[in-house]
Design a protein. Sequence first.
Length: 458
Amino acid sequence: MKQNAVYLIGIGGIGMSALARYYNCCGFFVAGYDKTKSTLTQELENENILIHYTDDVSLIPENCKDAENTLVIYTPAVPKEHSELNYFLSNRFNVIKRSKTLGLIAKNKHTLAVAGTHGKTTVSTLLAHILTVAADGCNAFLGGISKNYNSNLLLSNSENLVAEADEFDRSFLQIFPNAAAVTATDADHLDIYGNIEEMRKAFGKFVAQIKDGGTLIIKKGIEIELPKNNISIYTYSYSEPCDFYASNIKLHNDSCYGFDINLPNNKKICNCKLGVPGWINVENAIAATALAWTVGFDEQKLKDALAGFIGVKRRMDVQINTKKLVYIDDYAHHPEELTATITSIKNMFAGRKITAIFQPHLYTRTRDFADGFAKSLSLADELILLDIYPARELPIDGITSKIIFDNVQCKEKILCKKNELLKIADKKQFDVVITLGAGDIDLFVEPITKMLNKKLNI
């Protein structure tokens, strides 16, 4: 590209911040706007990236006001009336979406893409870790912060690029991978697709973009139209026999699992152990291993990578784990994700009381899946339910958290305002507590952890 400056509108988003870091590492002048200051934007500022938090054209740095030398990247979450976005559009800057930018970067790499309505962040982060430890390294654009590397961006001299392929806004159709995994195609983003059939058609288009001679790794049981071009197709599962699956699964005293990984042609990698808890993460490890298998790895180093994986922030993220009290934070915001997380935790802490604190994300998702949310949350023993986090949406008449709450079957349940949460939580005697959601519930993780540690006298 000819530009020497990059400006990002919505720079604090997880995908946008990875791009900001990438261009900053490549020597570009990088700046941007975001609506809200966060830990992530503060980290970017510490990396000498200029950020402001008011939509004001006058705050755009002079280095980013030359149309010939500035690339402008925006996220679809930015409203159309955004004044800075319109300034760049009206002055004929090169303005492109985040997804197209990632597609352009991936174009000249050996791209391993992970798609799915859930699971893709953990799978892609674990894949990047496996390739770093057990293969020739990789470059990675992740949808979460890897706790191993404290970043959502990994860079190396390798030709391998790991990309999280996001189905929102059909973003993943900008990527033409050499190999791809599909982890789930449960209904989601129906505000974009209208119905599950259209969403699954988009997944079909995505896998059809795998390059000739490439590989598709797909979870067993997923029903989408499979590519007819010259690619290899393999299935994976948690424990059901197929091309890649786990067997001899054992729960260890530290809540993590040991298992064997079964590979094609009756091959097996025995005595693996994953460094993060939850049966769902064993399944994620199988998917990541399958994708890594397409480029090759050292088996002993693979086992080292699995054992040394310490997870992704906000994905089954253990904050406290004692005999008296457990606190785990998770990003789950879809009924299927909630089911996977809660059942994983129930398996890990059998017989203990599970309290779920959940913040629904988006009015449309709440409307479309209210019954599913109620069913999933009923798996917990106790529920504290917050108001809906609106994100990019305006309220919808009649759509509140109460339409979930009324159908939850927990014996104990509380509907509470966000500003009441800490007061209510402080009065509780939790056993195992989980915070769940994709909104701003993450802002409560630190204060809840401090409050609970104080009760434990830690």
